[in-house]
Design a protein around this ligand. Structure first.
Ligand SMILES: Cc1cc2nc3c(=O)[nH]c(=O)nc-3n(C[C@H](O)[C@H](O)[C@H](O)COP(=O)(O)OP(=O)(O)OC[C@H]3O[C@@H](n4cnc5c(N)ncnc54)[C@H](O)[C@@H]3O)c2cc1C
Length: 513
């Protein structure tokens, strides 16, 4: 029997801890944080309005109107999404969930949506944290969530060029399991790896665990195949690089399901790593750690892992009480390990080689985080993250002003912590985590103004509204402010050509939010 996803939070129903286990975990967490309650709440049951449209008989094997499936596909995975679903609120439940098992079936679903004027929401793993998968229908007659998860195969491997053709609905583990049979890996590990999919990564320009080098999926994509709502196939040529005008792949990368549905892509793969060296480095201050990271990347060293965690965040994740750099090199990069260590020492870093010294604890907390957030919701703890990127010259000012804006908006107990997730020669990606006592039942209203202040502070300090979480609907206000207007006009024209009735993801990236 296939496993069912939880209708509100992370993972599957069979992974949900019992009430007793939850109470015990909540008591421990509340003691550690100094807020939250061992009095855990249970999720409200699913009760949806009936679908607004009838499924054509010809699509009965391809789509469902089952309430559980509609509830699962009614939202993504932001804090707002999780609390809304936890409290039984599904304002955008789709009228149907389509699960095409082939491109032909997908085309039949799209043709139905076009005929019946239904909004189409491409759905990969539903891990969007920016309101990207809510099946908002706008002025249309209804909405259909198009779940690509049955398209999950590695179709072909070109061992000579080290590339693989993979279907868009393959989630991280399924994709890696098939590649590993050939001794290969995509080595693209976002924190949402377990559930997110290749198509979702491409559509959102996701970033993986590589802290330097090929961090965004963009760097790993060789060609993309997608279909438009009108049934046209958009397939780019497989090339290692090309200067032939604007790139068709670049136009799809980050299009967030608004132009076409990605069905498969050729991606660059590599042999599984054989050699690794890693270290935990503690610094006298976050600023000293930033200086060391900057020097490492500007020296041309390419650590696979290079996450600088603030002392406050390290303490919250049981990874010690100092500013901590989790540093790791793989294969050819290992040659740079000693130079990177010297660089850290020059800025006062205390180096401990291997998995100890806080790295292992932090990594463990990182992997558990998606599950932990469900516990936080049940125990009355507000927990959300947001991220940006900024040039090195503006980094210290941004971290200070954004942290200050969030602390002020929190107004009472709670914390905002920071880490650098990705580093470039000219800048870095700071990632913020907010934990605070939740106003139970009013969580969305509580988080909204905090998020607004954070977004404003990010833009005022010279950052982008997102380095890798995407725009969706939640970031529209800031995205609209940061993109040049002639570019927006060009995109509106592209959208009008490819999706003239505005069926694909109304309000995401363009149009009425
Ligand atoms: C706990 C957690 C950790 C996360 N960690 C990371 C991280 O480390 N790095 C990172 O980049 N992001 C991260 N995210 C955000 C999220 O995982 C990414 O945006 C991811 O790329 C979404 O993939 P998905 O398959 O779940 O797509 P979905 O959430 O299903 O969809 C995301 C967007 O892409 C569109 N889309 C999906 N599939 C297709 C397709 N085949 N064709 C066209 N459009 C499509 C959707 O319509 C939507 O607009 C995290 C999220 C959570 C909840």
């Amino acid at each position: 029997m296939s496993r069912r996803r939880k209708h509100w939070g992370w993972g599957h129903e069979d992974e949900q801890p019992s009430a007793g286990e939850l109470r015990e975990a909540a008591a421990g967490l509340a003691a550690h944080l100094g807020f939250g309650s061992a009095d855990v709440e249970a999720p409200a049951p699913v009760a949806l309005d009936p679908p607004r449209v009838e499924l054509p008989a010809s699509l009965r094997g391809v789509a469902t109107q089952d309430d559980h499936a509609r509830a699962v596909h009614a939202h993504g995975s932001s804090y707002g999404d999780v609390v809304r679903a936890f409290r039984g609120r599904f304002p955008h439940a789709p009228d149907a969930v389509a699960l095409p098992g082939s491109e032909d079936e997908l085309l039949r679903v799209l043709a139905w949506c076009a005929d019946a004027r239904l909004a189409v929401t491409p759905y990969g793993g539903g891990t969007s944290v920016v309101g990207g998968v809510d099946p908002v229908r706008g002025s249309l007659e209804g909405a259909v969530s198009v779940d690509l998860s049955r398209l999950d195969r590695v179709l072909e491997v070109d061992g000579v060029s080290r590339a693989a053709l993979i279907e868009a609905g393959a989630a991280g583990p399924r994709l890696e399991e098939q590649l590993s049979e050939r001794g290969l890996t995509l080595r693209f590990f976002p924190q949402s790896f377990e559930l997110s999919t290749l198509g979702g990564w491409i559509a959102t320009r996701a970033a993986g665990h590589f802290a330097t080098g090929p961090t965004h999926i963009d760097d790993l994509v060789e060609s993309v195949r997608a279909v438009t709502v009108g049934g046209d196939v958009w397939e780019s040529r497989r090339l290692p690089g090309s200067g032939a005008g604007p790139s068709p792949d670049r136009m799809l990368l980050g299009s967030e399901g608004t132009l076409a549905v990605v069905t498969r892509a050729w991606v660059r793969v590599r042999p599984r790593p054989r050699e690794r060296r890693s270290a935990s480095v503690t610094f006298p201050s976050f600023a000293a750690g930033c200086d060391a990271v900057r020097e490492i990347v500007q020296s041309g060293l390419a650590p696979a892992n290079c996450r600088l965690v603030s002392a406050r965040e390290a303490a919250l994740t049981f990874a010690g009480d100092a500013d901590l750099l989790v540093l790791g090199f793989e294969d050819a990069g290992v040659a740079g390990f000693d130079a990177a260590v010297s660089c850290c020492e020059a800025y006062g870093g205390q180096v401990s080689e291997g998995g100890g010294g806080g790295s292992a604890a932090w990594r463990d907390a990182f992997l558990r985080a998606p599950y932990l957030r469900d516990t936080f919701v049940a125990m009355g703890v507000l927990s959300e993250t947001f991220e940006t990127a900024v040039t090195w010259d503006r980094l210290p000012g941004l971290v200070e002003s954004v942290s200050g804006a969030v602390e002020e908006a929190l107004g009472r107990a709670g914390s905002v912590t920071c880490r650098l997730t990705h580093a470039y020669p000219d800048g870095a990606a700071p990632y913020f985590t907010v934990l605070a006592p939740a106003e139970r039942g009013e969580e969305e209203a509580q988080w909204g103004p905090i998020k607004a202040d954070a977004g404003d502070a990010v833009l005022a300090a010279g950052g982008t509204i997102t380095h890798h979480h995407a725009v969706g609907r939640d970031h529209r206000r800031w995205y609209d402010a940061q993109r040049p207007e002639p570019f927006a006009a060009a995109w509106r024209a592209a959208k009008a050509t490819l999706d003239p009735d505005g069926l694909l993801n109304p309000g995401v990236l363009w149009g009425e939010a």
